[in-house]
Design a protein around this ligand. Structure first.
Ligand SMILES: *Cc1c(COP(=O)(O)O)cnc(C)c1O
Length: 229
């Protein structure tokens, strides 16, 4: 299947799931996860109308960035080392993976030097998986409240990654808890606006949409299978 065919299929599924959640598909943004994908495939997706691309390694982003048109919007979706923040911050329109205080401090410092705010989502480890980064739901309120006080960061919402599973129904609770947490944080923290819920990947995006996701991070569903994980 070509990227164009994949996108057609993806857009149909999103549209149907959006209707089930009482929304239109235009309320749901797709970030095409282009890790391990070559620049030609990324150009192909861009030509098919995909505007946003997600990378999870700073080095890979730095290599691809100069080879692609400046109109592309880049999202950072992986664990970001603090020593890479200054190098990539200017290239990224949204960081999905603000997962610890030291990263928040570094982003704030780097942003303050440029006078611009970093747009960021806090990554929450809803399922409590050892292998995943992110703040726990229990820590989330204190963490978000403190980050919200940093002038260099503009908090836009939450991101979560559901555990791998064969049946997406098994992780519906993860998406639901993330949405409820987001709502609760907005109620409790003054001046906080949680616009975005970044959740849903190729294997579970329809359930994520039904539970309120408005940013999907889709790799294999858009590009086909990656050669390396
Ligand atoms: C790789 C990756 C994705 C995309 O995974 P697919 O299953 O290929 O859609 C989404 N989010 C994060 C954080 C990733 O690392």
């Amino acid at each position: 299947m070509s990227v164009l065919e994949n996108l057609g299929w993806v857009r149909e599924r999103i549209s149907a799931a959006a209707l089930r959640s009482g929304r239109g598909q235009e309320m749901i943004r797709v970030v095409a996860v282009s890790k391990n994908m070559g620049v030609d495939l990324i150009k192909e997706a861009f030509a098919c109308g995909v505007a946003s691309f997600g990378e999870n390694r700073a080095q890979e982003l730095l290599e691809k960035y100069p080879q692609l048109p400046p109109e592309l919007e880049w999202h950072f979706i992986g664990h970001l080392q603090t020593n890479k923040v200054k190098k990539v911050l200017g290239l990224i329109s949204l960081v999905h993976s603000l997962d610890r205080w030291s990263l928040a401090e570094e982003m704030h410092r780097a942003a303050s030097e440029t006078g611009r705010k970093v747009q960021a989502l806090v990554q929450v480890n809803v399922a409590g998986e050892e292998s995943k980064y992110g703040v726990s739901p229990a820590e989330a309120e204190d963490f978000v409240a403190e980050v919200n006080n940093l002038r260099g960061i503009q908090l836009r919402g939450l991101m979560t990654i559901a555990p791998e599973c064969d049946d997406a129904e098994d992780v519906r609770y993860v998406f639901r808890q993330a949405r409820e947490l987001s709502r609760r944080l907005e109620e409790r923290i003054q001046g906080l606006k949680m616009e975005y819920l970044s959740m849903g990947m190729s294997g579970d995006f329809e359930v994520a949409v039904e539970e309120g996701a408005n940013i999907l991070r889709l790799g294999t569903a858009v590009f086909g299978k990656r050669l390396q994980a």
